[in-house]
Design a protein around this ligand. Structure first.
Ligand code: SF4
Length: 418
């Protein structure tokens, strides 16, 4: 029986819209944009390759936006290399040090998350907001019950109450107002579900900024999943919430899957069949990634095969970044390297890339991933490695000019009065 079309019975409260300005996949949050799924990497952000692989795995599992911690300058320097290669917008998570916010902006991130409970000096908050305004980068005000501003905690009788969470967000908004910055989404998370639900209800009455929903520190599944779902589903069914995150003590890929499944279950997102992901293209791209991914999308349109297919702009990093994809193609030296779960199976002329994708997708759908890997051409992996090394030799290690961004981040290393 065909799937009924996704549609929601829950009218959404109207919020203003902000956009995370990824160059090839900008993501709108709020307004009439679909509710989005977020997750957060668990790698050290300075580990560029490990973090990128997790970003790709999260994107493949349904995350529209991925957050990475930016807790030290080395993390910001990692972001300078991660951001140009990420398939989805990257949010830098900032706590305590406003200087890390400035470093993350130098790295080129698409959004900041600031915790008003631990970046408290008004002049620092306004400086970061001004920088974001100048660069067109939005901020999430991320209030958290566990790190509430001490003054508010005291004001409300040494208790975390919904009113305190809402007031913390409003105080931060007032600082942003002073510099004319309003490109903002807000979260008021708590680990206590009724508290979190009430805080978001109150917040949605006093602001039209888009809301990022979450039950913080929900814990490991299955209890964590139940807790988070109780909070998220209650609010979404009331029309509250523009983007969601499951905070589970688990592989973050589980968070992304859960987010996606919840939205599909509520009819807030379309059910997914074929999942085509593509890299954003960067200084290393060897092909017009947008044109090839569009051609692949058209070619696959009539076949809603339940597999993930990746179109990657270069053979230097493509197969590694998208190694979780069932099937992918990466371009290099006028050829396409086809890979199945990260293993190169065939090298084809560039003009045959899309046809080859279709042919191998059919093999995977009919016979499975392992059977497809067993059909790999002899010598394909060696040919691919030779192309990869030749390109590295031609382009050098820093095709994205990340070094210049890193130099600017290094200048932030000076001591100051924070
Ligand atoms: S061109 Fe290569 S390095 Fe750049 S984003 Fe695409 S796959 Fe990654």
């Amino acid at each position: 029986m065909p799937e009924p079309e996704a549609h929601s019975r829950y009218p959404r409260r109207r919020t203003r819209q902000i956009t995370l300005p990824h160059p090839s996949r900008p993501v709108a949050v709020g307004g009439d944009a679909p509710v989005t799924v977020q997750s957060m990497t668990t790698t050290k952000t300075a580990d560029v390759e490990g973090t990128l692989q997790q970003v790709y795995a999260l994107a493949g599992a349904g995350a529209d936006i991925v957050r990475c911690t930016c807790n030290e300058l080395e993390a910001a320097e990692g972001l300078a290399q991660i951001v140009p290669r990420s398939p989805v917008p990257i949010v830098a998570d900032i706590h305590h040090q406003y200087r890390m916010a400035l470093a993350a902006l130098e790295a080129g991130v698409h959004c900041l998350r600031l915790n008003p409970g631990n970046i408290r000096k008004p002049e620092h908050i306004k400086l970061v907001a001004q920088e974001c305004k100048d660069r067109g980068i939005p901020i999430r005000i991320g209030v958290n019950g566990g790190s509430l501003h001490p003054d508010l905690y005291k004001k409300y009788g040494d208790r975390i109450v919904p009113e305190a969470l809402v007031e913390s967000a409003q105080m931060e908004l007032a600082y942003f107002d002073e510099v004319g910055f309003d490109d903002v989404k807000i979260s008021v998370k708590a680990s206590n579900v009724p508290l979190m639900i009430e805080a978001y209800r109150q917040l949605s009455e006093v602001t039209d900024h888009p809301l990022h929903l979450g039950v913080t520190e929900a814990g490991p599944p299955p209890a964590g999943l139940v807790k988070a779902t109780a909070g998220l589903a209650t609010l979404l069914s009331e029309g509250i919430g523009d983007t969601i995150r499951y905070s589970l003590t688990a592989d973050p890929v589980e968070e992304a899957h859960a987010g996606r499944q919840l939205l599909e279950a509520l009819g807030l997102r379309e059910r997914s069949g074929l999942d085509l992901i593509a890299c954003p293209s960067c200084g290393r791209a060897e092909v017009d990634v947008i044109a090839v991914s569009k051609a692949a999308q058209d070619a696959f349109a009539e076949r809603n095969w339940p597999i993930q297919v990746a179109v990657m702009g270069c053979v230097v990093n493509g197969p590694g970044e998208a190694r979780e994809a069932d099937l992918g193609i990466a371009a290099g030296r006028q050829r396409g390297h086809l890979f199945v779960k990260g293993e190169v199976v065939k090298v084809v002329p560039e003009a045959e890339m899309v046809d080859a994708l279709l042919e191998w997708a059919e093999i995977i759908v009919n016979d499975g991933v392992e059977a497809a890997q067993r059909k790999a051409d002899d010598g394909a992996a060696a040919e691919a490695e030779a192309d990869r090394l030749a390109l590295l030799d031609e382009q050098g290690l820093d095709a994205n000019a990340s070094e210049q961004r890193i130099e600017r981040i290094e200048r932030l290393r000076k001591p100051d009065d924070e």
